[in-house]
Design a protein around this ligand. Structure first.
Ligand code: ADP
Length: 372
């Protein structure tokens, strides 16, 4: 079977690593020929994943296609689907998720709890929805890794608002940020992974570290799982979905957003679960039974991020010390150049004690530095 991946970043790379266990010919489309995936696939095509002709010509030789980023040319995928190429997830599901306005409207239409919102077409319209303040302004398309999100506490923050079609939503009084990966096969059978809990670094708006399974009350967990399954069934598409949610200070659960693909919140599943999120997606695409999502041990993920004030050829300080830690698994994404805040890799730690996980996560953060 010939399977293509749109995008050749670190997610594509880990997907290709898992493909080695199956009989599959892999194809990658990506503009950067030095990307993390380039040397791991069977066939690399240099090209723009947002361009209709490029995606169509890449896809027409394939049996199936998946993606590692939402910003792809969905019109080309529509056409390929009509011609019999299987797309995971379906172009219809990608279309819903790709635009935050459409995504929010989808939650509303299907009764999936998500913060109250209004659509704003330009900056000035934000002022007329003060009833939503304090609010979060999210650009409809093109935002990524916190870059398409602004906090609007009052009219004084209006300057920060996006002057493009966006969602203005009420700020949730967050107790915990969590994420949950749900897999659905082509017959509609589902499998869910344990919930992951995010610890965010407020200055970079990037993940600090992450723990899984999350420490949340069982009754809240049931609500989270029910919402995530309902959401994926409503998307009505085979594939792998990462549902990001908030638990507020009253233990109410709200969906933040969904990703139609393998996700950062599931990196630990490589070592921490019997079937990783990457293995699971191959099973779905190749028509095999769903994998076992049971955790082997609790896990922490620490992102390896480029240090401030360093740009250039990456040098990993403290790597040997980290590799000495029991059950610490280092994943470097093979990016030659570092810059401040760039995601260069991650470390997964497994341990049966949460106290030790947190302790070791902090140790890894202190030891491992990406400089140039
Ligand atoms: P991105 O797609 O860039 O990851 P998100 O929509 O996940 O953007 O938002 C980034 C962060 O902003 C979230 O992780 C959360 O901390 C904060 N945030 C987003 N929406 C809300 C909200 N409604 N209430 C409170 N905080 C929010």
């Amino acid at each position: 079977m010939k399977v293509g991946i749109l995008g050749g970043g670190q997610l594509g790379r880990m997907l290709l690593q898992a493909a080695a266990n199956y009989t599959v010919e892999t194809y990658v489309l990506e503009n950067d020929q030095y990307c993390p995936s380039a040397h791991l696939c069977h066939h690399f095509t240099k090209g723009d994943i947002t361009d209709y002709d490029t995606v169509y010509n890449f896809g027409k030789q394939l049996d199936a296609i998946t993606l590692e980023i939402e910003s792809v040319n969905v019109d080309a995928l529509d056409q390929l689907e009509k011609e019999g190429v299987k797309i995971f997830p379906t172009p219809a599901a990608i279309r819903i998720i790709k635009n935050k306005i459409v995504q929010k409207q989808f939650y509303k239409d299907f009764g999936i709890p998500s913060a109250r919102f209004k659509i704003t077409n330009n900056k000035n319209e934000v002022a007329s929805h003060q009833d939503l303040f304090p609010a979060v302004h999210k650009i409809g398309e093109g935002g990524y890794d916190g870059k398409g999100v602004q906090i609007i506490n009052s009219l004084e923050d209006l300057d920060k608002a996006f002057d493009a079609p966006s969602v203005l939503e009420q700020k949730v009084d967050i107790q915990k940020e969590i994420a949950l990966i749900v897999a659905m096969d082509s017959k509609g059978a589902t499998a869910i992974y344990p919930v992951s809990e995010m610890m965010i670094n407020p200055s970079l708006n990037l993940l600090d570290y992450q723990i899984s399974p999350a420490l949340i009350p069982e009754k809240v967990l049931w609500v989270v799982e029910a919402i995530a399954i309902k959401l994926v069934k409503a998307l009505n598409s085979p594939g792998l979905f990462a549902v990001e949610l908030f638990i507020d200070k009253n233990n109410e659960v709200w969906v933040n957003e969904t990703a139609p693909r393998v996700h950062n919140s599931g990196h630990h599943t490589i070592e921490a679960n019997h079937s990783s999120q990457f293995d699971m997606l191959w099973r779905i695409m190749l028509g095999y039974p769903l994998g076992n999502t049971t955790p082997i041990l609790p896990a922490a993920i620490i992102n390896i991020i480029g240090e401030d004030n360093f740009s250039g050829d990456a040098v990993y300080e403290g790597l040997e010390e980290v590799l000495k830690i029991d059950n610490a698994f280092v994943h470097l994404y093979g990016k030659k150049q570092t810059k401040p805040g760039r995601k260069m890799g991650h470390v997964t730690i497994l341990h049966n004690s949460y106290q030790d996980l947190t302790h070791k996560a902090n140790k890894v953060k202190q030891l491992l530095k990406v400089k140039a």
